[in-house]
Design a protein around this ligand. Structure first.
Ligand code: FE2
Length: 292
């Protein structure tokens, strides 16, 4: 079994939907795909897409992203209710939303794939945020659509802390094979940047398309990083930023490989899709991880 990854497939863009339809029906029937969130806000289209991908792979792992929980379509009181709906669709369609080992117990080539439900911590939520100050930013991030389409029912806890508490069982479980975890959101500040953070910051200053928008306000949470370290993940896959990366930090390989938006691809923000899905593991070769 080979393990492939993709995130942020945003199928409401026709070009993206065509890209996915062109994926082979034969090539991946022995393989698994990790889909790290952001399919579409439309629950029916989301269900159809998951079913379509499920047919092409031996196994499909999934966590929803923020777009999947938008409340602009369907009759949901809040995003937690929509999340429950999406998770029940997954259970019915045999899409894996809980940790699963890729082989039998004792199989030296097996790995555990561990999906982590998560959310971002905004600066006002305290120390778990990935926030970095940006000169001239809009402190209310008014252009961030989640402000209008996401609603949580919690009063005394932020969504990032809520998911952290609710995934405790998963994180504290014992795993008898290497762990590959994945989340939609980013686990740490470093992965917002390449190895050359200074150059990235200079580039942002020069070519920033949205100066008031500060992505770090809604990027992720250090609570995800805590989970990764507790799990001792060898690889962590994430999405959300729409910039593809493959970095090893303190012994963990962090990989983002998204489809993104057509305009992000055409202006070169999203690179690396020429080879299609990214393969991150081959369980027929013990501990073999293809290089970058
Ligand atoms: Fe996202």
């Amino acid at each position: 079994m080979r393990l492939f990854i993709i995130s942020d497939i945003h199928i409401d863009f026709e070009e993206n939907s065509i890209w996915l339809q062109r994926l082979s029906h034969q090539e991946y029937t022995e393989d698994a795909l990790i889909l790290a969130g952001d399919i579409t806000h439309d629950p029916n289209n989301l269900q159809n897409m998951l079913a379509d991908l499920r047919r092409r792979f031996a196994r499909l792992f999934f966590v929803p992203g923020n777009h999947d929980l938008w409340l602009n379509n369907g009759n949901f009181n809040d995003s937690l209710e929509k999340l429950e709906h999406v998770l029940s669709l997954c259970r019915e369609a045999d899409i894996t939303i809980e940790p699963q080992r890729t082989g039998e117990a004792g199989d030296p080539s097996a790995v555990w794939v561990v999906p982590l439900l998560s959310w971002y911590a905004q600066p006002h939520e305290g120390e778990d945020t990935l926030y970095l100050h940006k000169p001239g930013e809009d402190a209310d991030n008014r252009m961030w659509a989640d402000n209008y389409y996401i609603r949580w029912p919690f009063n005394d806890v932020g969504p990032s802390a809520y998911f952290y508490q609710n995934t405790r069982n998963i994180v504290e479980q014992k795993y008898d094979a290497p762990v590959i975890s994945f989340s939609h959101f980013l686990p740490r500040q470093d992965v917002m940047f390449s190895e050359n953070r200074q150059r990235d910051l200079e580039r942002i200053r020069k070519f920033d398309r949205n100066p008031p928008f500060n992505f770090s306000r809604v990027a992720g949470s250090t609570l995800i990083e805590k989970q990764i370290r507790r799990l001792k993940s060898v690889i962590h896959v994430y999405g959300h930023q729409h910039i593809n990366r493959d970095r090893t930090i303190d012994g963990v390989r962090y990989i983002a490989h998204c489809l993104g938006y057509p305009n992000e691809r055409s202006r070169g923000q999203v690179r690396g899709l020429e080879q299609g899905l990214k393969q991150i593991w081959d369980t027929t070769q013990i501990n073999a991880i293809p290089g970058k």
